[in-house]
Design a protein around this ligand. Structure first.
Ligand code: AHR
Length: 512
């Protein structure tokens, strides 16, 4: 048995939980839109073709903001292709994912779907093949009340009232050589600055995200952020980060420590943004938008849904692309990545798990068939539900384990929030120990715990192993079940976490 002692104090807070941390992402990619959220003719689809079975799971997941329409897709996309009568919309070749885009689903459909889902829209614009003109025109179309060419066209297309989209991404992964219209930091920094300026002339109230690095291993990481922000600092509010993690060659120890890389990435971008702030004598801070993150097995050629094989199979509508099936280990890693985001909630104000349905997603759906929760659904849903109020600063003294990539790493990973309004304290744990259970002792300074109101755990099922996944025939094989034995009284909480598990404990507390 390993052990971890955690101390928290009601007065030691990091800041309010940014609700936009529990964001997601819908890209026109594979089956995320088509046969994911949208499938006219499906028995569960409404009159607009929105799948209500998927929508129900999206609501249960608790996603707060959804980025759209890409991703790599957006860098070759004409947003005007997706408006107006469906019969007039062009079929286009999407070079990013080697797919035929029918444009049956576009901006109006996404706005309607978002209203049903209760999610905020985060709209990405194309700064790969397009520029300042298209950028300002989409803002006029979406947000201007009326009396101009683009806003009147919106009304003619069925939405008299403006969409009022607040949050906009200035392109996608423009540092990546794979990106259509890839740019140097100088080229992109100037373009982002000018696009942002023109968009704000149309609507001064929008919030803008500049592209940061596609991951912390990019050769230009750091220098990219510095150059881009030097140009665009005054015009933008956030800089983006993207990161995907996977288990390499059976090295579960390093994979389970992925949040160490996420911590490093976040802290490095904060340092870089703040250095630009100091040098440019700017007043405001640039915050962080971690607008793509997840576990993603980038396997090269070994399955038909891998991008190379999709391209080889020829141009098709909504083929299967990167439909990863997530296991118990992946769910634990996702729990630790959410912890890392939450612990940095003073500067990371937006985060989007990529993606929402079918494509590296917590929700899986079959064409003409059912929809179900993948393993990674569970930590996300619980944290989105319970992480409310103030983020608490924790002191963690955990036993460690050695791994090849990060060296000595805490076996127990944790984050916590305190909601004064409801009197609830929520703690989110991961036990990275593959073999050993972990004994947890939490000192709750400034709180008087009355009772444990919820204690749940996701662990290896009795008849499974750490690779167990949920499938169409066994959709609930990995899920949440009661965590037995969690006890809280006064200023102390004790619990035991099974080997390789993710757990949540919610307490009813009174302030002493
Ligand atoms: O989410 C899948 C892809 O990963 C996105 O299209 C791209 O932005 C990233 O490289």
């Amino acid at each position: 048995m390993s052990r971890a002692r955690i101390t928290l104090d009601r007065d030691f807070t990091i800041g309010e939980v940014p609700r936009r941390l529990f964001g997601s992402f819908v890209e026109h990619m594979g089956r995320c839109v088509y046969t994911g959220i949208y499938e006219p003719g499906h028995p569960e689809a409404d009159e607009n073709g929105f799948r209500l079975d998927v929508l129900k799971l999206v609501k249960e997941l608790g996603a707060t903001v959804v980025r759209y329409p890409g991703g790599n897709f957006v860098s070759g996309y004409n947003w005007e292709d997706g408006i107006g009568p469906r019969g007039d919309r062009p079929r286009r070749l999407d070079g990013a994912w080697h797919t035929v885009e029918t444009n049956a689903f576009g901006l109006h459909e996404f706005v309607d779907w978002s209203r049903l889902a209760g999610t905020e829209i985060m709209e990405a614009i194309n700064l790969g093949t397009r520029g300042v003109d298209a950028a300002r025109e989409i803002v006029e179309y979406a947000n201007h009340p009326g009396g101009s060419y683009w806003s009147d066209l919106r009304a003619k297309n069925g939405h008299k009232d403006p969409f009022n989209i607040k949050l906009w991404c200035l392109g996608n992964e423009m540092d990546g050589p794979w990106q259509i219209g890839h740019k140097t930091a100088e080229e992109y920094g100037r373009l982002a600055q000018e696009a942002a300026k023109a968009m704000r002339f149309v609507d001064p109230d929008i919030e803008l995200v500049a592209c940061g690095s596609s991951n912390s291993g990019m050769p230009t990481f750091g220098a990219w952020e510095q150059t881009v922000l030097t140009h665009a600092y005054d015009e933008v509010d956030y800089v983006s980060l993207h990161a995907y993690y996977q288990e390499h060659d059976g090295d579960a120890g390093s994979f389970l420590a992925s949040a160490v890389d996420m911590d490093y990435f976040i802290e490095s971008v904060i340092a870089t943004a703040d250095a630009v702030r100091a040098k440019g004598k700017h007043k405001k801070h640039i915050n962080l938008s971690f607008d793509e993150w997840n576990v993603w097995y980038q396997r090269g050629l070994d399955t038909q849904d891998q991008p190379h094989n999709v391209a080889k199979a020829g141009w098709r509508e909504h083929p299967r692309v990167i439909e990863d099936k997530y296991n118990v280990t992946d769910a634990v890693v996702v729990g630790t990545l959410l912890n890392s985001l939450l612990r940095h909630g003073d500067r990371v104000k937006i985060a989007n798990q990529a993606q929402l349905v079918n494509v590296i997603a917590p929700i899986f759906s079959e064409e003409n068939g059912p929809a179900w929760r993948q393993t990674i659904f569970h930590p996300f849903a619980r944290m989105a539900e319970l992480a409310k109020g103030q983020i608490l600063r924790l002191s963690v003294d955990s036993d460690k384990y050695e791994n090849a990539r990060f060296g000595g790493t805490d076996l127990v990973d944790v984050s916590a929030t305190w909601d004064e309004e409801t009197g609830r304290l929520a703690l989110f744990f991961a036990n990275r120990g593959l073999e050993e259970a972990a004994d947890i002792e939490v000192a709750l300074r400034g709180f008087d715990a009355r009772q444990v109101v919820r204690a749940e755990v996701l662990e290896i099922p009795e008849d499974g192993d750490r690779f167990t996944i949920n499938t169409q025939s066994r959709p609930d094989q990995v899920g949440l079940k009661p965590l037995e034995g969690a006890k809280a009284s006064g200023s102390e909480l004790r619990a035991t976490l099974p080997a390789l598990s993710w757990a949540v404990i919610e307490l009813d507390v009174a302030k002493d």
